[in-house]
Design a protein around this ligand. Structure first.
Ligand SMILES: [Zn+2]
Length: 470
């Protein structure tokens, strides 16, 4: 993996050592850094930036066809129909505790005022232009845009996505009101946090969720975007989908739906994967790039490589209703080198109630292996109480399909530790021969929806055997 943004601090420190050399200067530099951390940082964040919102001339706004809706944390100015606007201020008030809880409380305002933002929800941009409430110049707004304690957003056809985008912009205002737009963390993180927290359901009201279905989340589409695997003209998978591309994108422009989906996916993964929650726990309190670098300084290259493997598997696993208890690929399972055990066939077990599982073997040289599978698994259709459970063998059953393949089918994926392209899922069935490239891990699963493994039982026995090139 190339240098990742969060190792910049380490590189700076090395450079300082080369230039100065002397122990005394290093000590001095350490003392200065400590003083900066202990004294300046708290001073900077002791109070929030002052409220930069111009006062609103309500009569003039109303004359321009704009209505004003207010709550404790939101002033909403809009030309959209009242029924699309009136519940939004109260929603933001109920969102505020989730912001405090996830991102940490804000520093107080110098004048003790509550945190409040003004949002402009626009059907016809000209009305806002005429009313003088748009920023100067060519202010490009693709979906939404924030500046200080204000944000502007285009109205959305779907009720869900209108609320989502509004909450997304509120997150940005919350994160930026202490330090402003200077020295901000990487965009995948700031956009990903905004996306993660804004993903919500109303009944019961919850923020930061994973949608369990498509209905009610119209316009969101982040999982579909992640699974889409953009294909290049030549037929290969387009660049920009591996973890390294997400962390160190070739372009700083953050516009495509894919980039937002990746930001959401990575932040959601770091927040929910049981083995990632602890190392990344400090991430959700950061406001500046320096704080981001400090919060991630302890992440090792090995941990990042493992995250890169899990990321590849997750791109094939995300589904509405994804089951975090059963379907997360483990971060750091034990691996044995195939060449050390390949003199004899080896047996591994694949369980039906879990998603992608490590075979336990990785390959340091290109190898041909044969997989032969037996056994039975019982797949429980979800949400159909009393429905008959289906029994399957490794070839799968053609009563139902998940991701275009028979339920119950044995599948493999060869994940490269230093990937250059995304791996393809392979249908193994009762038996298949695979050509494994050097540096790959073999992962296996029994095909099912990743939100429907609860209640499954049984496993397949898979025999692995080297095939000699003759
Ligand atoms: Zn954003």
């Amino acid at each position: 993996m190339n240098s990742v943004g969060w190792q910049a601090g380490e590189q700076m420190e090395c450079a300082a050592r080369e230039i100065t050399g002397g122990r005394y200067v290093r000590l001095l530099s350490f003392v200065v850094q400590a003083i900066l951390l202990l004294a300046v940082e708290p001073l900077l964040a002791q109070v929030r930036l002052s409220d930069d919102r111009p006062s609103l001339d309500v009569a003039a706004l109303e004359a321009a066809g704009l209505k004003v809706y207010r709550s404790r944390h939101l002033v909403l100015v809009s030309d959209a129909p009242t029924e699309q606007c009136q519940e939004l201020p109260a929603l933001v008030d109920r969102f505020y505790p989730a912001l405090q809880q996830t991102l940490g409380p804000l520093s107080p305002a110098a004048d003790g005022a509550e945190f409040q933002v003004t949002g402009y929800l626009m059907d016809a941009r000209e009305r806002f232009q005429q009313a003088g409430v748009l920023p100067d110049g060519e202010f490009v707004i693709r979906h939404g845009r924030h500046l200080g304690y204000q944000f502007w957003m285009n109205n959305q056809p779907s009720d869900y996505y209108r609320r989502h985008l509004l909450l997304h912009e509120v997150v940005h205002c919350y994160l930026m009101c202490e330090h402003g737009m200077r020295d901000i963390p990487p965009l995948w993180y700031t956009e990903g946090v905004a996306e993660m927290l804004a993903t919500h359901r109303l009944q019961p009201l919850q923020f930061g969720i994973l949608p369990d279905q498509l209905n009610g989340f119209e316009g969101w589409g982040r999982i579909a975007e992640l699974r889409r695997r953009p294909v290049e003209a030549g037929g290969g998978v387009a660049e920009g989908v591996l973890l390294d591309d997400v962390l160190n994108p070739a372009s700083r422009i953050f516009l495509s739906d894919l980039r937002y989906a990746q930001g959401w996916g990575l932040v959601w993964l770091l927040r929910n994967h049981p083995e990632l929650q602890r190392p990344f726990a400090g991430l959700f309190r950061v406001r500046t790039r320096a704080q981001f670098d400090a919060a991630t300084a302890g992440i090792s290259r090995e941990q990042l490589q493992r995250l890169g493997v899990v990321w590849q598997l997750m791109l094939d696993s995300w589904e509405e209703g994804f089951d975090p208890e059963r379907s997360f690929p483990p971060l750091a399972p034990e691996w044995r080198l195939w060449s050390e055990d390949s003199a004899r066939p080896q047996q591994v077990q694949v369980r039906s109630e879990q998603g992608w599982q490590p075979s336990g073997y990785w390959f340091d040289v290109e190898t041909r292996i044969r997989l032969s599978a037996g056994g039975r698994s019982v797949l429980q259709p979800a949400g159909e109480n009393g429905a008959r459970a289906w029994e399957s063998e490794p070839a799968g059953i053609t009563i139902d399909y998940a991701q275009g393949r028979p339920l119950g089918e044995l599948q493999a994926v060869l994940v490269q530790r230093k990937p250059s392209v995304l791996p393809e899922r392979i249908s193994v069935g009762a038996g298949s021969e695979l050509r494994v490239s050097a540096g790959s891990e073999l992962w296996l699963r029994i095909n099912d929806f990743e939100g429907q493994r609860r209640g499954n039982s049984g496993a397949y026995q898979v025999r692995l055997q080297s095939v000699s090139d003759r």
